[in-house]
Design a protein around this ligand. Structure first.
Ligand code: CMC
Length: 432
């Protein structure tokens, strides 16, 4: 803790109290107001937590004004270009890039945990044929604690590791099963000879009736997308994982809670919403009409894939993905995708518009990811599932960090009560 303090004075009573300022490695200092209620009898009010740090974390740093994203200190641009998803997962979980031997052992462990208990398949028979894959993913991830209770002692580091590896390894298998259920095809078992991402593509697209070979362009692009989604400090789903985990619940339950939070269109559901929006806009001629709708305060329409709570500059992930998006479409031979052209026009017009400039609304990661997923042959409803697979190492790393933080307590925000004051029960025959 730094020696710096901030003095807060209650003008009503004249009482002044010094509160410590905490400094991180990077980023603004934070006023430690733990004792505020004790000193003044006041809580703070911060809906949406726009000015509140809920924890200390060594994992991810974002500078939203500069458009900087670091995982364990490494810039996202370098990781996206040079690393692999599993190496990034190791980095997030254990704090440093692995040696060759550490990566080999980690990869081996993840690969050997890709199978799910055969009974897990039965869950899918219970889902309606048109169930949303996020509904299936959330439910089945939550059910994993019913199968893997041998590693659920959250106070045992070996158990935490085992559960972490299981979550990262099994999520693609469950996701692919949800996909196959959606499209009415038989499940494909994991193939341990393939890479993490190659195996996932194989489980999605292989069919018993014909040979399937993983396309290396698709494999590389998807691996990079997973890296870009791997962590994003205390976003809504990660905060949900931490809050659920703070009660001491098991990690599968906490990650299922994270999946549920991710599903919303303001968070991980935005990539699906972008494609739906592009479909609705239809042609380039309609772009001005939809830009006007987005600016109209009486219209609930928002430009999906635009804006971010933290980035008030270009989302660095969007810059990487924009480039990849063009490369993938070229290499897969879909360079004249009308939706991509529409997306580019929308971006161009929005970026020149005073409304978007003033509010610093730039395209975010979801604006382009959906277009790549579509080019890879993935249906729109499945996009958020891919975000969940990418985010899994981040969720697990943040959960592990929380469990081992000596300052960790059950998450329990306060409120301003605005309901009726105390009143007496009125028997039903006397109510007017
Ligand atoms: N289209 C039109 N106006 C917008 C948009 C948008 N996409 N986003 C923000 N605004 C306006 C908003 O109306 C407000 O205007 P005013 O100051 O006149 O009232 C101003 O910009 C600030 O917006 P806010 O709602 O206070 O910002 P927020 O930090 O609460 O919301 C957001 C952030 C991401 C939820 C929001 O920008 C949004 O709804 N974007 C579309 C959904 C989306 O793409 N989400 C993915 C986020 S990135 C992936 C992830 O991390 O999950």
């Amino acid at each position: 803790m730094s020696n710096k303090t901030v003095t807060i004075t209650d003008n009503a009573t004249g009482k002044s109290v010094e509160f410590p300022l905490r400094s991180g490695t990077l980023g603004p200092d934070v006023i430690d107001i733990k004792d505020l209620y004790k000193e003044f009898g006041y809580f703070t009010y911060d809906p949406g937590f726009t000015a509140t740090a809920s924890c200390r974390s060594d994992i991810t740093y974002i500078d939203g004004d500069q458009g900087i994203l670091l995982y364990r200190g490494y810039p996202i641009e370098q990781l996206a270009e040079k690393s692999t998803f599993l190496e990034v997962a190791y980095l997030l979980l254990y704090g440093d890039l692995p040696t060759a031997e550490q990566l080999e052992r980690f990869t081996d462990s993840i690969t050997r945990h890709t199978m799910v208990n055969e009974s897990v398949k039965n869950f899918f028979n219970g889902f309606h044929y048109n169930a949303h894959p996020m509904a299936m993913l959330t439910a089945v991830v939550g059910s994993l604690s019913a199968f893997y209770h041998d590693g659920l002692d959250i106070n045992d580091p070996a158990d935490r590791d085992l559960s972490a590896h299981r979550i990262i390894a099994k999520l693609p298998t469950i996701a692919a099963a949800a996909f196959k259920h959606m499209v009415g095809e038989p499940f494909v078992y994991p193939n341990n000879a393939l890479s993490y991402t190659g195996n996932f593509l194989n489980m999605l697209f292989a069919r018993p009736s014909e040979p399937y070979e993983v396309n290396p362009v698709a494999e590389k692009a998807l691996d990079q997308l997973l890296i870009l989604h791997a962590d994003h400090e205390q976003n809504a789903s990660t905060s949900t994982v931490r809050l659920a985990g703070s009660t001491g619940t098991n990690p599968f339950a906490a990650i299922a809670a994270g999946c549920a939070a991710l599903w919303g269109p303001s968070h991980g559901g935005a990539n699906e919403a972008v494609l739906k929006m592009l479909e609705e806009i239809g042609t380039v001629d309609n772009v001005p009409k939809y830009i006007a709708k987005a600016k109209d305060k009486d219209d609930p329409f928002r430009l999906m894939g635009f804006g971010h709570r933290v980035y008030k500059n270009y989302d660095p992930r969007a810059a990487i993905i924009r480039k990849t998006c063009h490369e993938v479409l070229n290499e897969l031979g879909v360079s004249h995708d009308p939706q991509l052209e529409l997306a580019m026009k929308l971006e161009e017009i929005a970026l020149q518009d005073e409304y978007f400039i003033e509010r610093k609304l730039y395209p975010n990661v979801d604006f382009y990811s959906g277009i790549i997923y579509r080019a890879l042959g993935i249906p729109t409803e499945f996009f958020t599932v891919l975000f969940a697979i990418g985010r899994a190492p981040g969720w697990v790393a943040q959960w592990m960090e929380m469990i081992t933080d000596p300052e960790q307590r059950i998450g329990r925000p306060r409120q301003i009560y605005t309901g009726a004051p105390k009143r007496d029960y009125v028997p039903i025959d006397q109510r007017g």
